[in-house]
Design a protein around this ligand. Sequence first.
Ligand code: SF4
Length: 574
Amino acid sequence: MSHDPSNAAERRARLDETGSQSPDMHREAAVGGGCGCATGGSQATGCRTGLGPATNSALEKIESELRAFELEERKRLGLETDPAHWNDENPQTFTAEERGKTRLLFGGLTAAHDAILEAGLRSLGYNAQALPYADVEALQTGKEFGNRGQCNPTYFTVGNLVKHLVKLRDVEGISADDIVRDNAFVTFGACGPCRFGTYVTEYRKALRDSGFPGFRVMALSQEGPQDDIGGTATALDTNLKFYIVIVKALMAGDIINLLGYRSRPYEIEAGATDAAMQESIEAVRAAFTEGRSILRAMNKVRRAFAKVKVNRLQPKPKVAIIGEFWAMTTEGDGNYRLQRFLEEEGAECDIQIITVWALYIVWSLSYDIRESTMLRRRKGEIDRFEGLAPRKGIFFAWLGGRAVKLVFGTFAKLAGLRGYKLPNMREIADLAHEYYPNQLRGGEGHMEVGKVIQTAKKKKDHMIISVKPFGCMPSSGVSDGVQSLVSARFPEVEFLPIETTGDSAVNAYSRVQMALFRARAKAHAEFEAALKDKGLTAEEAARRAEGRRSLSEALHYPAHSVTGTAANAVYELG
Ligand code: SF4
């Protein structure tokens, strides 16, 4: 594999000639060689390919070549050869004795996920506590203590932690020393390539500046238990059991949310869905707390939702919420409480779930391994990527994907979530590739583009809202750039990117309302067409629905014939 300076110069010359990156450069970027693409950044720190020791030693070799080159260049330019680099103090002391006593704070997902994760972590012996939703006050606190030029989710999540600690200190009168001693924060992290790679440093900076120096922030790798970022404290036992509990909790949260968003817009008795969701969350929490089977808890979820009665014959626009991971997931001010706003405006939300993100990580692992086997090598150099290691890596990635689908499928079946299909990651990658290279990472990568095309082709939604946090690097390239072309080529879907600055809710709401007007008209036209097709009037359809018990049950979701749920219900009746 060639990484010497002369080859770098050669590649730069090639780039100058062609004005674009060659496939070889993309391949190098994919395995952490420093990406020169739109989302920028390096994957050198903490980046894993899943190839095991062979890959690690190959990466070490690259690192040592780069170090030698840097040294040579420093000498040539007359610079210091051993400069004193700035180091971010990273307190991580977390002993086994502290495990049950130290309050482990976390948060940032949906209400269901956070509540279930809290119980899951407690079942492992941690004194876990989910933080409340990040609100506008959290954003302001984040801006006050954070670096300039961060993306909105950084300000929201960092500010939310600082806001909580400030409240403990200034309202409850607990000293800063006690707060630092008795609390720690745990979050997910990654090596980037966008600002996600610097969240942990941002937390520490804001905590120092707000009067909590030494506060422990532990980052778990989103790719799994191989190695955690920044020397995560050892008493945080990030073994397989730990990750299994997290995966179970996240999937249970996903399924409860999916059931809730399918049911709430059509519920007959206002509040019945929220009550079923709360009952479901409590059932799963109790299963974790009492060490009982999560599978039985999923049965209880089904029973809770079986009580909710719905009227599916209400034509409503179906709106997919996609975009940046945190901004599309949160149910708080981070996206102007978009899900509830849409429902109040008479729409049905098609939400994205965290399990899909897990599938994307597994897909990218497998993709990167395949790409790494095609790296060019120096003449005579031994090919470290050939042989068993890549095949083993690809096999384990495939196995991981199967395991995710199996667990999700089992949970979904027991909970009564029918007719929901996890997306095929390869299909999404193939659909997106023409518009957004699959090698580009950061944010949702190519997924956002693939989802829009898939939605158009499969008639999944009447409208798509892409939530784009202010200051987000990947979103700027995707929502503002690539999606303009995609939505022009697939005009059948109403595509609306909204920027979430945190302080312009009215602006965002009015844009959503205008787009919803058109989507609503489509849903109504589709419903009328379905009635005509089946030779029914709305009254006759309603009468027939009364005789069809399943159509009044929240657990029954009409099979997909067209986009709208009400029109699908008519086709089912017909
Ligand atoms: S995807 Fe965008 S919003 Fe999310 S961490 Fe990266 S830069 Fe920030």
